[in-house]
Structure formats: C-alpha cells, structure tokens
Design a protein around this ligand. Sequence first.
Ligand SMILES: [Zn+2]
Length: 282
Amino acid sequence: MARCAVETCGRWCPDLLVNRGIGARVDDEWFCSRACIERMARERLAGTPRGAAGLPAVPHVRLGALLTAQGSCDAATLAEALVAQRQSHRRLGEQLLAMGAADAGTVLRALATQFNARCLPTFDATAVRQAPGGLSPDAVRALGLAPISDPVEGRVRVACPAPVPRRALGAFRQLTGWTPEVYLVSDEDWAAILSNYGADTGDTTPAPQSEFVCTTSLTDAAARIAAAAARGRRTTVTEARWDDYAWVRVQGPGLVEDVCLALADARTTTEEAPWPAATTSR
Ligand SMILES: [Zn+2]
C-alpha cells in the first residue's frame, strides 16, 4: 500500500493501482493526485528561502585601487571620478568611461580581476543565437547570465556583466549540474547577448533543453509544478533560490520543466492567492 505524502491527505492506495499509474511519484514519495502535489509545491515555495549555494566569496578589492595599482588611472583622476560619481550615481567604471579617463577594455579587465573572473573585451553576440547550453531566453534574463558555449565535460562558459551574480551562478550550477566558467562582458555586449540568445532556435531547430516559465504567482508556480510532475509520473523536483527568485526544475523521463517564481512579489503566504497571475511564457 502507498500512502499519499501530504500529511493532511494521507490517502492509501494499493500498490497494484499505484503501479498502474494512479497518482505520481515525486522525489520517491507518492502523491495521490495533482492537487496533493500542488499542495506540496505550495508549501515548499512558501517555506523559508534556502540561499542558493553561491560561489566562494571573493575578497573585496576596490576597482579604483586596482586601476591605480595597474597604472591605468592616476590618483587625481580617481578622486575626481569618485566625486563626480556622487552626482551621477554611475558605477565607478562607468564614470571613468564617461570622463574618458579609462578605456572600456581596461575597466573590464580590472572588473574581471575584482570578481575573480575572466573577461571578453569584445564578444560577437550572434554566437548565442542557437542558445548554447539550451536555456530559454527568459531563464537567461532572470539569471543575469548566459551560457556562451555548450557544456564540455560538465563545464560551461557563461557570460555576464559586472557585478558577477554569484547567487544566480550558484542556482545555475545547482540546477544544471554544470560548473560555470565566468566571463565578464561589457554592458553593451550583455544587451546584445540578451537580444540574441536563442533567437535562432525556431521550429526547425531542436527545442531548447527545457521550458522556462517565470511567474510572480505562487499559486500559478505550484500549479505548473504539479502539472509537470503529474505528467511525468515519476519525477524529481529540484529547487534553487537566488536573490528574489526561486527556480524549480521538474525532471523525469523525457521531461524537463523549469518554473521560476519571482519572490519579490510573492512574499506573503496566505492560503488563497492574492497575487496577479502575471505570467510570461516563452
Ligand atoms: Zn493526497
């Protein structure tokens, strides 16, 4: 006999019927119905956020100190930039670029040193039109990073603008199982990556590895997770969180479905859904 894993349900079902496809297994627990999977998903999503395992913290080195140490910027120019920054609210790198006090490549290389990453001073964004790594454009947007190569032996190159989104990287690593090698790109190249990533994965090319749905509604997210788990019959549900996002991947035989919940708008946990069901689907 199998017992529904939702405590308040606790329905029993003979193994014979379970084997014939009654209910569904999620993470090796049996659920009697889609409604019960949805209850489990709701509770998980509303639970205390577990921080995504980030990459090791990087010692904080100031960009200005790096640039002056490299001789790319003199102390007087740096002081001038720091004063101007208070008015402009630009980041220091942007401020130096705006003043013509440093060139983009120098700033990017210093930022890469600061964040313990590599950098690509120029990047041809058309290289990501086929969506290397198989993420959806929505996933790339939510994560703030993009795979720029297909994974090789579990390693994948990813591009992002400064600052490196460490928590999102941790979530990316946790859910894909790939080790990201981080390359910083300029803000302009990042904008080009966002508009090019996956642009050529039309009907004629293989579907991306997964569907990725981003929603601000906990109810909507739980329903989507439950629908995928019920469809897959035997699935695992992996969850990673970063900043204000929870990313849940439902995986089963021939099935990968990603549901991303933007937690900033879904913080309260009342039983009925007070949130607008604003959904952006690919
Ligand atoms: Zn049940």
